[in-house]
Write a protein that binds this ligand. Sequence first.
Ligand SMILES: [Zn+2]
Length: 111
Amino acid sequence: MASPSTSTCRRVQCANPIPAALAAERLCLSHFLDEAFLRADHTLALCRDGCAINSGELEWLLADALTIVNNLEEPAAPNPDVRDRMLELLLILANLQEYVAHHSIHTERLA
Ligand SMILES: [Zn+2]
């Protein structure tokens, strides 16, 4: 039987444990933040350029990523550095949410 408590990050050469909130992503907090930043920046850039963005990507950012970051608050305060990055990510996601709410953003489903 798979034991979730022993699973580690899916990134190569990363042995960090996966927090419960990230079980579905199979990433440690640090790599999750890396990935979320990249995806949020990319999506925000597309919005600003008026390009169509992938609706699945937008959902991931505004639903999944947001939920994960909010859930991470609970167990133990991570180190201040990680905490700063989490807050920064929340800001970027808030900007994105704002952008989507006030501009007509084209989203498209990618097969
Ligand atoms: Zn990792």
